[in-house]
Structure formats: C-alpha cells, structure tokens
Design a protein around this ligand. Structure first.
Ligand SMILES: NC(=O)c1ccc[n+]([C@@H]2O[C@H](COP(=O)([O-])OP(=O)(O)OC[C@H]3O[C@@H](n4cnc5c(N)ncnc54)[C@H](OP(=O)(O)O)[C@@H]3O)[C@@H](O)[C@H]2O)c1
Length: 334
C-alpha cells in the first residue's frame, strides 16, 4: 500500500495573551506502515475548544501542556481506512483524541466506535460529544430540577446551548447571555430559552436583574469575571453555581482579582461546584443513551459553525475568543 501523508498542526511557541497565527505551524508527515493491532484513521472533523488555550501554557494543570513542535491533541471524528485488528474495519466511524491532523495510526483502546447513521457526524464533537456531556454533567452536578430559574453565560456556544435545552426539557426557566443579537435570537427561537440578552448591550448585572427580577436559583458559568459577579448578586438564598469555565480570563497575561461581591456566598449560603467533564467518563453510556435519545427524537438541536480545511483550524480556534461561533465550532476535513 502507498505511504500515507498527513498534514498536522504544531504549537511552536507558547502564546502570551491571545494566541496569534505565528504560534502555530502546519507541517506534513509521512505515517509509518501499519503494524499488528493498529488502525489507520482519516479524520473527518476536528474539534477546537477553549480549554486548549490552557494547554498552550507551560505549567501544572489538570491536563499536561501541549508539547512544542508536536501535533496537538484534541477531539476528532474519523473513518477507519485500514485495520489490523478484529475490533475495527475500514469504513467504521470512530472518535479519538487525535485531533489537529488529517490521518493517524492508533491502537484500538484509543478509539471509540460511533454510529455512522447519525447526521452530521460532527455531532459527536458537540451535542453528543465532550461539550454535550459537559452540559449534561453540569446540570447533574448543580442538582438542577424542575422549576429552577437557571442563568447560563456563554449560552450560544457548544456547552451553553445544550445546557439550556436540557434544562428546558427538565422544566426549568432558562435565561442566557451571548455576544450578539443573532445569538440572542438563536437562543430564543431555536433553543427555546425563556429569555436571552446581548451582554455587549449593557452591564450584565443590570440586564440579568431585568430578566430575572426575582433572582435565579442556579448559575451555569462558562465565562467568569463580570458574569460571575452579576450572578452572585442575582442568586437567591441557597442558590448553586456550576463552575464550568471562565473564558473571559483565558488570555489574561496576569490573573485578575476575583469577584468583588464574593461575600454573597456567605450571606446567601450559596454552593459553588467545580465541574470537570473528565470526572464523568464512567457515566458516558448513560449520557449517550439519554442525550442521544433526545437528539434522535428531535428534542435537542445540534447547532454548529463549520470551518473547512485543516489549514484553517487555527483561525477556527482563535474565532472562539472572538465569538465567531454559534453552537459548536468544528473543522471539516476532506
Ligand atoms: N469544565 C469542563 O469540563 C469543561 C468542558 C468543556 C468546556 N468547558 C468550558 O465551557 C465554556 C464554554 O465552552 P464551549 O466549548 O461551549 O465554547 P463556546 O461557548 O462554544 O465558544 C466560546 C464562546 O465564548 C464566548 N466568549 C469568548 N470570549 C469571551 C469573553 N471574553 N467574554 C465573554 N464571552 C466570551 C464567545 O461567545 P459570545 O459571542 O457570546 O461572546 C464564544 O463563542 C468554556 O469556558 C470552556 O472552557 C469546560
């Protein structure tokens, strides 16, 4: 069989503040011939995610830093091209953590079978993938129940838009904030949010007060900063905060002081729980059954923003910090 070449993206310098195109390089490599118990996969879709920004820094965190001058890792959906294992055959569709490259060779335990009958297959990076599972796990962590008033920041993104829809299915009143009128309309008209506002149109604390004059029970935090501060003011006694992400600070060169109104935690007896989706992996089958069921029944919308070509993967990633996506940002290959 002829040799397989693959274009891949390397991190070549650690970004200071907002990453720039020059921190990355696209290169081509030639894959080794397939050995026993190996699978050759051609990627169809790559995921770009805000958490990857943290892996571009040096230093200790919950995931190791990306190695310089190596292909970066990340979620991907691909198709098996060649296999020397019993578990996989050509044509199978799989998910893996071998993102940011066109082709790769893996062992069976690094691959996860998914159905090729689901359309689009990129849904396995979004509503039925890592970000959908984050939304689902977050609602469980926050013990969200029918009747709760839930506020979600970063609501029109991959996690937020699924969290809001799942919360609606559970009987909550859902308020979301996002960075444009188009996103606000998407939340109201496509995701069924009760209320949504454009955080760029005025202070979050004031807009949240208008949308939830009697307060909120749960805050699903994707953004941190001003959004967390506003939620702390609006939360009712015994309210809960699901600490999922803090994208407003990911590119800060120096940490900023935290919310100025943290004393609300005490006076209102609030609970704030940190969420890491990887802690929930043992519940993956339950997630796939429940959320996959909603998706197949047409009760859950998977919205995505698709950028074509591995050569545009870096700009898709940078687009996350400029709000260029509605729903999940994915890169389509081939
Ligand atoms: N804890 C976990 O296990 C876990 C897992 C997955 C994701 N997360 C976190 O969840 C959050 C959402 O992730 P996602 O994959 O769903 O991303 P996403 O929301 O699909 O994309 C990022 C969005 O964040 C908003 N944003 C970017 N910079 C901002 C800023 N400075 N201030 C306010 N909003 C900003 C933009 O929307 P606007 O146009 O609305 O500004 C952008 O579209 C992130 O914080 C991520 O790190 C956590």
């Amino acid at each position: 069989m002829s040799q397989t070449t693959s274009r891949e993206i390397h991190l070549i310098s650690r970004p200071q503040g907002l990453p720039v195109a020059g921190d990355f390089k696209i290169t081509e490599s030639t894959l080794e011939p397939l050995q026993e118990q190996q699978v050759l996969v051609r990627n169809l879709f790559l995921s770009v995610d805000p958490y990857m920004r943290g892996r571009m820094n040096d230093g200790k965190s919950y995931l190791p830093p990306f190695a310089l001058n190596q292909p970066m890792e990340g979620g991907a959906v691909g198709e098996v091209v060649q296999s020397s294992t019993a578990e996989f055959k050509p044509g199978d569709v799989v998910t893996s953590n071998y993102g940011w490259r066109e082709c790769f060779i893996a062992t069976p335990k690094e691959l996860h079978h998914v159905s090729r009958d689901v359309h689009p297959l990129s849904v396995y990076l979004g509503a039925l993938g890592m970000t959908g599972m984050t939304a689902w796990a977050g609602l469980k962590l926050g013990e969200v129940k029918a009747g709760d008033v839930l506020y979600i920041s970063g609501a029109a993104g991959a996690v937020g838009s699924v969290a809001g829809q799942l919360a609606k299915l559970q009987g909550c009143r859902v308020i979301g904030s996002a960075g444009s009128i188009e996103k606000v309309i998407f939340l109201r008209e496509e995701c069924g949010f009760d209320m949504a506002f454009n955080y760029k149109a005025g202070p979050v604390v004031e807009q949240l007060q208008v949308e939830a004059p009697d307060g909120i029970d749960v805050y699903f935090d994707n953004v941190g900063g001003e959004f967390l501060e506003a939620a702390l003011s609006s939360l009712r006694p015994h309210g809960r905060i699901i600490a999922c992400g803090g994208i407003s600070g990911y590119n800060n060169e120096k940490p900023k002081p935290g919310p100025c109104n943290l004393f609300n935690m005490t006076t209102k007896r609030l609970t704030m729980k940190g969420l890491l989706v990887r802690d929930w992996l043992e519940h993956q089958a339950e997630f796939e059954q429940e959320v996959g069921g909603y998706f197949k029944a047409g009760k859950l919308k998977h919205k995505e923003t698709v950028v074509c070509g591995i050569e545009n993967a870096v700009s898709a990633f940078l687009g996350l910090f400029a709000g260029q996506n509605i729903g999940k940002m994915v890169v389509k290959l081939g």
